[in-house]
Design a protein around this ligand. Structure first.
Ligand SMILES: [Zn+2]
Length: 679
């Protein structure tokens, strides 16, 4: 039985396309004709249009002109392509800012911005919300039943916060509801008795900032939550007319790499499928490391909705906004595009189709350069990617069934970074989560990246790195997972504070987690940056850095002991049977080798296996991933080495989908990939 799930049910094929800004070329005769021909040549079957088109669509208040969009959607349709239609709220026309200054954002310093830039509107402004609803309604009425349009792209890269009086009021209302209109409850949750910070009423509360308050951690955390809440509320307002008039069209918004400000686990509740803009800094160091970190985010976006996602933007060559902007080397362009597909993307899309002639994006990579021809290295590599996607089209809609997961949580990250203590020069939460994910990536084991509240029952191994903030729901979820037979690896700082950033009393890890892990953490030694300590596991010694937590045992078995420090010979790693499962605790941060050894053991013990024939890490820079439609397994093997040709044995005979041959192993040149189908 097919287990496929499509992002865009009206178009069950791989999408190969780009952001397209034809309104920049309206005065250039022949460019649109050339674009249509070049799209066919590039094997592009989709364009995302309208992202920043508001000034063209509503040149004066209430005066709408859809003629350019009518013509371009018609042309793309006749050209055999599809359109993902954007709502234009990412940037507004000048007249709106002039007439309604409330649409402009106010910074933490209380200063309201002038017109300019983008992604800088107030999320609360009733005027802006009304204007967005109105233009979205007109777009839905006009194009909602156009067979060329297959999905909605809502706004663009939602981000930022606003401190205007309307937003401050909305924040107070958010807190009133959360704390049951009881200021004493808020004062307790935020521990405001210190420094005489007690609030007398909700009306006294201001967002955190340099001119107000930064020392109340509960306030900082609730402000982060409010920003996500208000962005989601704005999205609900944006999508209301679309949901009403075009319920058949799925809705997405494009998310970002290492994005800090919004809780995407929550935000994904108001979209139908995930999509994101992937711009790794290739060739700045070891491409294997860069690929693995990009893989973490691909895995996260697949896990958000537990179904395929879209790679909404990527560059076919280089970007223009990093400190140094280097083109992708030959081979890596198609490899990095297929990386997304290996992790569950049903598209490869670029920013942008045609390179702008002027302003800030004139040097950002594009499929068509300023020469306007197909005769470039970049164009040929896009063509090649398109040809590959056509060959493997049957994979579209297939899913990933990971048996391993790493927990990553925005609220935990905000609370950790907030905390004054440990190292105040950065807690390294991203890096720590990447490091545990790396162990699976290097072995070709599919891995999900999930919220601490996610259903964990599909996983045989779950890693919870630095899960400092654990609310009662998380404690219950982890306890249930282990008692039901799961294997959980927790680390230092687990279960330190509750959902409002108050320390758990009665020792850590919090409440039931002490029973699950059979340990208690008594204190933590923060090491200076150059300081190293050690732990012994079996007859091998491992190097530790940054954090060594000192444990007391409550039933756990010691796996590794510290070999130096004032806690020499005390437990550094423990394991504990709980219910039908096991809870392993790593009390210290290591340089990579210890977590490799620990996870190798857990992988063996739990029967989690690589999608290729491997019981140890693949050659450096090589990885593998799988997708399935319920009948066939599709295996992607990728080589990010710029020098080494490698041979990887498959788990039995498979069909090479690029050559049609039956093979038992694959040989990959530097920067190349193979795609295989089970028999
Ligand atoms: Zn505002």
């Amino acid at each position: 039985m097919s287990e496929k799930q499509y992002t865009c049910p009206d178009f069950p094929h791989f999408i190969h396309g780009a952001d397209y800004n034809p309104e920049q070329w309206m005065d250039y005769k022949g460019v649109w004709d050339a674009d249509m021909e070049l799209m066919r040549e590039a094997h592009c079957n989709e364009m995302t249009v309208g992202i920043f088109s508001w000034a063209k669509l509503e040149p004066r208040e209430g005066e709408y002109d859809f003629s350019f969009l009518d013509e371009i959607i018609d042309r793309i349709g006749k050209n055999g392509g599809k359109v993902i239609l954007a709502t234009p709220s990412g940037a507004r026309p000048h007249w709106m800012a002039d007439k309604y200054p409330e649409v402009l954002r106010v910074g933490a310093d209380g200063v309201r911005a002038h017109f300019g830039g983008r992604h800088n509107h107030c999320f609360t402004s009733p005027v802006y919300r009304e204007k967005v609803r109105e233009i979205n309604r007109r777009l839905a009425e006009r194009y909602g039943n156009n067979p060329t349009v297959i999905a909605w792209h809502i706004s663009n890269e939602y981000s930022g916060e606003c401190h205007c009086p309307l937003c401050v009021q909305a924040f107070r209302d958010f807190l009133r509801e959360k704390y049951h209109n009881d200021i004493a409850e808020l004062n307790h949750a935020w521990w405001t008795t210190f420094w005489s910070h007690t609030y007398d009423s909700f009306d006294q509360i201001e967002p955190p900032g340099a001119l107000t308050e930064t020392g109340v951690h509960g306030l900082n955390l609730d402000w982060h939550r409010f920003v996500t809440h208000q962005t989601m509320d704005f999205i609900k307002n944006e999508t209301a007319p679309l949901r009403e008039l075009t319920p058949h069209l799925p809705v997405t918004t494009n998310m970002m790499y290492e994005f800090y400000d919004l809780d995407y686990h929550k935000l994904s509740e108001v979209i139908d499928f995930a999509s994101w803009d992937c711009y790794p800094e290739w060739h700045n160091g070891d491409d294997a490391v860069i690929a693995q970190r990009a893989a973490f985010w691909h895995d996260l976006y697949r896990s958000l909705k537990r179904k395929p996602f879209l790679l909404m933007e990527s560059t076919p060559s280089l970007v223009n906004w990093k400190p140094y902007n280097k083109p992708k080397r030959p081979g890596l362009d198609t490899l990095s595009s297929l990386q997304a597909v290996a992790h569950g993307s049903d598209s490869v899309q670029y920013f942008q189709w045609r390179k702008s002639r002027g302003s800030s994006e004139k040097f950002h990579g594009a499929v068509v350069g300023h020469d306007g021809t197909a005769d470039t290295r970049v164009f040929r590599s896009v063509q090649r990617t398109g040809e590959v996607l056509e060959k493997i089209d049957e994979i579209c809609g297939s899913i990933t069934k990971a048996r391993a997961a790493v927990i990553f949580d925005w609220e935990n990250m905000w609370a950790l970074d907030n905390s004054q203590g440990y190292s105040n020069e950065g807690k390294k939460y991203f890096e720590t989560c990447y490091e545990y994910h790396r162990v699976f990536w290097e072995r070709g084991i599919d891995c999900d990246i999930v919220s601490p509240h996610a259903d964990l029952s599909d996983y045989r191994i779950v890693v919870a790195p630095m899960l400092y903030l654990t609310d009662p729901e998380t404690i219950k979820n982890l306890t249930y997972y282990v008692s039901g037979g799961g294997t959980l690896l927790g680390t230092y700082m687990l279960g330190t504070v509750d959902e409002t950033d108050l320390c758990w009393l009665g020792g850590i890890p919090a409440t039931a987690l002490k029973d699950v892990f059979g340990i208690e953490a008594e204190e933590i030694d923060t090491l200076y940056p150059s300081e190293r300590q050690h732990a012994a596991l079996g007859d091998k010694e491992y190097t530790l850095q940054d954090y060594c937590e000192v444990l007391r045992l409550h039933g756990a078995t010691v796996l590794a002991k510290y070999t130096d420090g004032y806690y020499k010979d005390t437990p550094a790693v423990t394991t504990h049977g709980f219910g039908k499962g096991h809870a392993v605790y790593q009390a210290c941060r290591d340089d990579g080798a210890l977590k490799d050894e620990l996870l190798s053991r857990l992988i063996r013990n739990t029967g989690v296996y690589s999608v290729v024939l491997a019981d140890k890490p693949l050659p450096h820079g090589v990885t593998a991933h799988s997708r399935t439609d319920g009948e066939h397994t599709y295996v992607f093997v990728e080589n990010y080495s710029d020098q080494d040709t490698v041979t990887v044995p498959l788990r039995g005979e498979m069909v090479d989908m690029l050559t049609g041959e039956r093979v038992k192993e694959c040989t990959l040149q530097p920067y190349s990939f193979g795609i295989f189908k089970s028999l």
